[in-house]
Design a protein around this ligand. Structure first.
Ligand SMILES: C[C@@H](O)CC(=O)SCCNC(=O)CCNC(=O)[C@H](O)C(C)(C)COP(=O)(O)OP(=O)(O)OC[C@H]1O[C@@H](n2cnc3c(N)ncnc32)[C@H](O)[C@@H]1OP(=O)(O)O
Length: 706
């Protein structure tokens, strides 16, 4: 069998240990490597000519991406998982206890177990390659660093900073890693190996400890101080996770026990907690998201169709969405974008949007002002159709007005090339209706972004029946370059995400009209696992936007989408939400905590105070979303349950620890869900009628995923 580890000796006594997993694009750690690495370590220990060791990756732009997540997925019992962690401890401890200096030379992704491997080395040097990132992202998989990271990281960089890294899963760039003390140096890739060799030749040295503030020294230097840190961290975790994610508290416990009772005890606790988490339903759900998104990265969205290259883009409309789209096009995809608006204000907004994003990078020191300015030069502006003949794609982001979009289709076909794609960012209008104005309908497609564009990872690529496969593939590739996760959905009012969101929001509105308070509603859905509650979301998206979409959905999809009429009173009272400082909440005040605008009850003629059990409030809203998601799958709006899960999680923040609507239905059981819906139908009306596909699955006892 081809080897993963290759040991080469130099005349100066430094040995180079190269890790290169055969046939893989990334190095990952697998238990099967155990015997091989143990043999290599034995060889090193027995060879007195070896004066030092440098560990490096044989992969381009990647050090080690962590433990093989598929290996973790294959664990049948907690004991299996515990053994994996303990194996890692044995190898990493043996590496750390070598008498010769061991230096990790890091280029590219160094994540999870990969960073734990580097932490077991005596020193670390990384390249300044833009792909060099270091972090312990296990918490994002519902796990914790099971290769000694919960013990070595706090001892290297301090408890506070170690907890911050492990509880957020943040990935550090080279200079950030040097500043933190995670690595000893960051050098150009061309001299990485040479630098590591020099460090090894210089002999074993204690890692450069970064000076800590007096407060931190006091806090971290005493058990009482550390307990304050741990208790504070636990409070923050409780607030952020609402108790829905077990990993963070176990990370805190590993660090607490290790710092209190010693590293040996800490490693023992780490292996036990790691094992429990590997077998947890939350981690299984989060791992399924990793596998799904990794699989989607390789899909064109249109079978074998080859995407055309996008060398230049145009964005019509420089407002909130247009500005965001132009910004991610230039700052992420590095594709020139020409923004057209009817006035300078819109153009200035787009420029300011991009500059603000880039300047944040300069302030955080991971971008130079020159890079910022060169990237800004990729964005040009115009109030006329000039300089766009060579645009490969035009993204339209103007008002939801069909006649206006028809005019733009005609303008683009007149002013641009015959292959130029017209991609509409419409959030509700069927693409087939927009394409009616096109003489080349095969070039017309929907490309629906979510606000804020630079943060929300999802885009919906909406094909109407005449959209060509090449147009789909090209649009999907364009979105991926922008750093987006695209799902291809079929044409239909509201597409997928807004369609399932609409019923969820309507149910929240019904609950409000029944007397639930705004804050009770929002707290109930945040407790369930959403990032924000429905009333906050409506304020953020815009009450006027929601009011515009509802009648379109009702007309196309039926009266279950009819929004409560009382909500018209909100618009009559000019309540649009955050955008005009008047909605369900107060805006512009000095208080940090958001306050409900109590006058909203007067406008709606309500006296709140019913406040039913939060779990039922949440369930009524969520089962509406689940039921409609099943209808979307049944109608072919989404191609798979996988896409439906990713769309809901990445588009509206459906709780990731539940794996998405379809994983959640499997967890609930379709029969159980049908019973819940039937019960609500009897109590609250036909809008809870279970989807036909769901009833069939309940009868057949089938699941969406095996
Ligand atoms: C011991 C404990 O501490 C437990 C752990 O270490 S848990 C694992 C922690 N590591 C991670 O969470 C990192 C996961 N990977 C990524 O975030 C990304 O893959 C990347 C940032 C490393 C690289 O991203 P990108 O350049 O976009 O490449 P892909 O995501 O497409 O990945 C390329 C192929 O590598 C496979 N892969 C990457 N990481 C892992 C992993 N940890 N386990 C298994 N496989 C991994 C990925 O599936 C791709 O494989 P393919 O065959 O090419 O499709």
């Amino acid at each position: 069998m081809e080897k993963t580890f290759n040991l080469s000796r130099r005349e100066d006594g430094i040995a180079i240990l190269t890790m290169d997993v055969p046939g893989e694009t990334m190095n990952t750690l697998r238990s099967e490597f155990g015997p091989e690495i143990s043999d290599v370590l034995a060889e090193i220990k027995s060879d007195s000519s070896i004066k030092g060791l440098v560990l490096i990756s044989g992969k381009k732009d990647s050090f080690v991406a962590g433990a093989d997540i598929s290996m973790l997925d294959a664990c049948d019992t907690a004991e299996d998982a515990k053994l994996l962690s303990q194996q890692g401890h044995v190898v990493f401890n043996e590496l750390e206890n070598l008498s010769i200096p061991v230096v990790a030379a890091i280029n590219g992704a160094c994540l999870g177990g990969g960073l734990e491997l580097a932490l077991a080395c005596h020193q670390r040097v990384c390249s300044l390659n833009s792909k060099t990132m270091m972090g312990l992202p296990e918490v994002q998989l519902g796990l914790l660093p099971g290769g000694g990271g919960t013990q070595r990281l706090p001892r290297l960089v301090g408890v506070t900073k170690a907890l911050d890294m492990m509880l957020t899963g943040k990935q550090l760039r080279p200079k950030q890693a040097v500043k933190l003390g995670l690595v000893d140096d960051a050098v150009p890739e061309s001299i990485l190996l040479r630098t590591a060799i020099e460090m090894a030749l210089a002999g074993k040295r204690p890692a450069k400890k970064k000076k800590q503030s007096l407060v931190n020294q006091l806090l971290e230097g005493t058990s009482a101080g550390r307990n304050i840190i741990f208790d504070q961290a636990a409070k923050q975790v409780a607030k952020k996770t609402q108790g829905n994610y077990p990993a963070p508290n176990k990370i805190i416990d590993c660090v607490r026990q290790g710092m209190t009772k010693g590293m040996l005890k800490g490693l023992e606790v780490e292996a036990s907690h790691f094992a429990e988490l590997v077998m947890s339903k939350e981690s299984a759900a989060l791992r399924s998201i990793f596998f799904a998104t990794t699989e989607m990265k390789k899909e064109s969205g249109a079978g074998d169709a080859e995407p055309r290259q996008i060398k230049k883009a145009m964005v019509l409309g420089g407002g909130l969405m247009g500005g965001g789209i132009a910004s991610v096009t230039t700052t992420k995809a590095k594709i020139p974008a020409r923004v057209k608006d009817i006035n300078q204000a819109g153009l200035s907004n787009a420029l300011a949007y991009a500059y603000k994003l880039l300047d944040k990078g300069v302030k955080r020191r991971h971008m130079t002002p020159a890079v910022r300015d060169n990237t800004m030069a990729l964005m040009t502006t115009t109030t006329e159709y000039k300089g766009i003949k060579d645009a490969d794609i035009v993204v339209e982001a103007v008002f939801e007005d069909l006649s206006l979009k028809h005019q733009m289709v005609k303008d683009v076909e007149r002013e641009c090339g015959e292959h130029t794609i017209f991609a509409s960012n419409t959030s509700s209008l069927p693409i087939s209706q927009i394409a009616e104005a096109a003489s080349r309908p095969e070039n017309v497609i929907g490309l629906h972004y979510f606000s804020p564009v630079e943060k929300m990872p999802l885009v919906e690529v909406i094909a109407h029946e005449k959209t060509s496969a090449e147009t789909i593939a090209t649009t999907v590739a364009f979105a991926k370059k922008q750093g987006k996760t695209p799902i291809v959905v079929q044409d239909g009012a509201g597409f997928y995400v807004n369609r399932i969101l609409a019923l969820y929001m309507n149910e929240a509105a019904q609950l409000l009209l029944e007397g639930q308070s705004v804050e009770h509603l929002d707290k109930a859905l945040v407790k369930f696992g959403f990032p924000v509650g429905p009333m906050t979301l409506l304020d953020e998206v815009g009450i006027d936007v929601g009011a515009k979409i509802s009648p379109i959905l009702e007309k196309e999809l039926g009266e279950r989408f009819m929004a409560p009429a009382a909500f018209d009173k909100l618009l009559a009272d000019d309540r649009k939400g955050r955008k005009n400082g008047k909605g369900f909440y107060l805006y512009g005040g000095k208080k940090k905590a958001k306050e409900v605008d109590e006058t909203v009850y007067t406008v709606l003629g309500l006296k709140p105070g019913v406040d039913t059990e939060a779990s039922e409030v949440a369930q009524r809203c969520v089962v509406q979303m689940l039921n409609e998601a099943v209808r979307c799958l049944d109608e072919g709006i989404i191609a798979s349950a996988r896409d439906g899960d990713i769309g809901a999680i990445f588009g509206i923040g459906f709780p990731p620890f539940l794996g998405g609507p379809f994983h959640y239905i499997d967890t609930l059981g379709s029969e159980n869900l049908v019973n819940i819906l039937e019960n609500y139908k009897n109590r609250y009306g036909d809008r809870f009628e279970p989807a036909e596909k769901l009833k069939q699955m309940a009868a057949d006892g089938t699941k969406f995923f095996n």
